[in-house]
Design a protein around this ligand. Structure first.
Ligand SMILES: [Zn+2]
Length: 123
């Protein structure tokens, strides 16, 4: 699904910048979860009696799942931004990311170059 509404509201360049900032925020969250996971595994001891080891194990599992999810979001956002960046060069004048949104569906956008008026479709 394309972020046509956001691109139409912000313009491609601002959308792209925000997408990269948010995407790298997901990467930082992933790294923090990996650090938490490693710290929890370091703290895990099966010699301790009671529910302590089980709680640590559940917390480690949660940290691992969140790390996986945040990594997935990071890669997804990065690939989408990269794909749209590659499609954002006007074939007539070569302007990068200088277009306005003409129309959009859930899978494609028709955009118009701000420099030369060339229209093209982004899937
Ligand atoms: Zn152009």
């Amino acid at each position: 699904m394309l972020p046509a509404e956001s691109i139409g509201r912000l313009g491609f360049r601002r959308w792209y910048e925000r997408e990269l900032i948010v995407g790298h925020g997901w990467l930082v969250a992933c790294l923090l979860c990996v650090f938490a996971l490693l710290a929890l595994f370091e703290d895990l001891s099966y010699r301790t009696a009671g529910l302590g080891p089980l709680i640590v194990l559940v917390a480690a599992f949660a940290a691992g799942w969140i790390a996986w999810y945040t990594l997935h979001r990071y890669v997804q956002m990065l690939f989408r931004a990269q794909h749209l960046a590659e499609c954002s060069i006007c074939k007539r004048c070569g302007a990068y990311g200088r277009y306005r949104l003409v129309s959009a569906t859930s899978v494609s956008m028709i955009v118009c170059c701000r420099n030369c008026g060339n229209e093209w479709k982004i899937d």
